[in-house]
Ligand binder design. Structure first.
Ligand SMILES: N[C@@H](CCC(=O)N[C@@H](CS)C(=O)NCC(=O)O)C(=O)O
Length: 230
């Protein structure tokens, strides 16, 4: 089992989507190796027939897209704990995936975009800059100038999550599952790429995130925070 994911010049494994897959592999109890890829190096992942990571090579099978990888793991590795729960859980987790991608990641990206370019080499920084500036229609410096407002909007967008975490310890209920790994991924991305925190310390979401970092013997916490590397 080989996971292809983004690797930064400072050694960080910073792909937000890849963290979903990393946690899913741990959840399933499947051993895996990782291969770091530069974000601008499309030749390195041409074997997958597309240009994004994560990519999972499971024997002869190559799967790209974190959601499809999760579905593959659930179907092909039935022995491990379920990532979704029953059929309704699978269907509802798809909604969590879409909401995190379209609302939360979109809200957070402007806050951390400039910081990401500080951990990669010049070629990757130019690639990322071009992508963010096209996507948001602003320079990275202009986005960074609006960081405080973006962080506020991101925290506000987490309100439904706070309501859920008041009633149960994890999005998936009493124990974490793929929905939690989806939500964790943008926060882990921010932790790895940005020296400034995006959550307030007394936020219930921050407490949940700390629990997520503790899972699997502190697997995600072992990836250093940007603040610790700086
Ligand atoms: N829907 C995809 C999105 C994957 C994605 O956008 N990955 C980013 C890295 S986090 C990427 O590979 N970007 C390539 C690029 O910017 O050229 C998934 O869930 O895996």
């Amino acid at each position: 089992m080989i996971l292809y994911e983004l690797g930064a010049a400072n050694g960080a494994r910073y792909s937000s989507f890849s963290w979903r897959t990393r946690m899913a592999l741990k959840h399933k109890g499947v051993a895996f190796d990782t291969v770091p890829v530069r974000v601008s190096d499309k030749a390195a992942i041409a074997f997958s027939g597309q240009g994004r990571v994560p990519i999972l090579r499971d024997g002869d099978v190559v799967v790209s897209d974190s959601w499809k990888i999760a579905e593959h793991l659930e179907a092909a590795h039935r022995g491990g704990a379920s990532l979704f729960g029953a059929a309704a859980g699978h269907a509802l987790t798809r909604l969590v995936n879409a909401m995190v991608d379209r609302h939360l990641m979109a809200a957070l990206a402007p806050a951390c975009a400039l910081s990401v370019t500080g951990i990669v080499d010049a070629g990757d920084a130019a690639h990322l800059r071009a992508g963010f500036e096209k996507g948001f229609g602003q320079t990275l410096e202009a986005l960074h100038a609006g960081r405080a407002g973006a962080v506020k909007a991101f925290r506000r967008a987490l309100d439904p999550v706070r309501a859920v975490l008041r009633a149960q310890p994890y999005l998936a209920g009493a124990a974490p599952a793929y929905a939690d790994y989806i939500l964790m991924s943008p926060l882990q991305w921010a932790r790895i790429v940005d020296p400034e925190p995006v959550l307030e310390a007394d936020d219930a979401v921050a407490a949940w995130f700390e629990r997520m970092l503790d899972l699997f013997d502190g697997f995600a916490r072992a990836e250093p925070a940007r603040a610790a590397r700086a």
